[in-house]
Write a protein that binds this ligand. Structure first.
Ligand code: DGL
Length: 255
């Protein structure tokens, strides 16, 4: 089979990357996608850099062995910790990562920008460089220890997390926040609740930017799938019972 007809692999520590997958399918409806969530080892945000790198390598190898033409790291934490090493290892395929949307948020508002992300993502040089480059004087970095895991645990009904989210964001509720960056792909599932905490703020995430970048990269390498029909999406997880749970979640968000 010609390489352009191979699927694209999308990977996250768990369910968060399904929000990235949605953006990718919207931008590239004719592509086939294989999603892999490393649910068994989630959350990555509380692990060491070495652990995150090893798990990212394992997940990417798995997708490569399934015959993908490209790997999307749909996880800010894994991207910041491991993308450079992963690219060095797999120079035969295109590897796309996600970054907190700090640049567009800082360009859009004059006031404070609150960046929500995992602890592991917040300590990475890649992330620190982004903050320094675009908004040292206006960015507030707020690492959240438990939110990604709670989202994973409440996958059937995210609305149950409303009291927790209001509580954890309370320190910034009246802090003149003009923009909030969702720097973890899991948080996009609770975007509406976060918007209720900051009704006057603009919310940013990197999903559409990543999807457009993926299209661009594939197009430049003549790897866009030009089939004239909708592609398929398949789900896998390191915890097999999540395959069906992720499929159901996908059916809910992809109507
Ligand atoms: N969804 C991931 C991210 O974007 C990580 C969540 C986690 O496993 O801690 O950072």
């Amino acid at each position: 089979m010609r390489k352009k007809y191979l699927p694209i692999g999308v990977f996250d520590s768990g369910a968060g990357g399904i929000t990235v997958l949605k953006a990718c399918v919207d931008v590239l409806p004719n592509e086939n996608f294989i999603y892999y969530g490393d649910t068994k080892n989630s959350p990555y945000g509380n692990l060491s850099d070495q652990e995150i790198t090893e798990l990212t390598f394992y997940a990417a190898d798995k997708l490569v062995s399934m015959g993908v033409k490209s790997v999307v790291i749909a996880c800010n934490t894994a991207t910041a910790a491991a993308i450079n090493a992963l690219r060095a290892k797999h120079n035969e395929i295109r590897i796309i990562g996600i970054e907190p949307a700090i640049k567009p948020a800082c360009l859009a508002v004059d006031g404070k920008v609150l960046v929500l992300l995992t602890q592991a993502a917040s300590r990475q040089a890649k992330f620190r460089d982004l903050v320094e480059k675009y908004g040292l004087e206006k960015v507030i970095v707020y690492p959240l220890q438990d939110l990604a895991q709670k989202i994973e645990q409440n996958i059937q009904d995210f609305s149950k997390l409303k009291p927790y989210i209001f509580d954890v964001l309370k320190p910034y509720q009246n802090g003149d926040i003009e923009a909030v960056v969702l720097g973890c792909t899991h948080y996009i599932f609770v975007k509406d609740i976060i918007a209720q905490v900051f009704p006057d703020a603009l919310l940013f995430d990197g999903n559409v930017g990543l999807a457009k970048n993926l299209k661009n990269v594939l197009s430049k390498s003549d790897l866009l799938n030009d089939q004239n029909q909708k592609g398929f999406v398949e789900f896998y997880s390191s915890d097999p019972k999540y395959q069906i749970i992720y499929q159901e979640l996908w059916d809910k968000i992809h109507k």
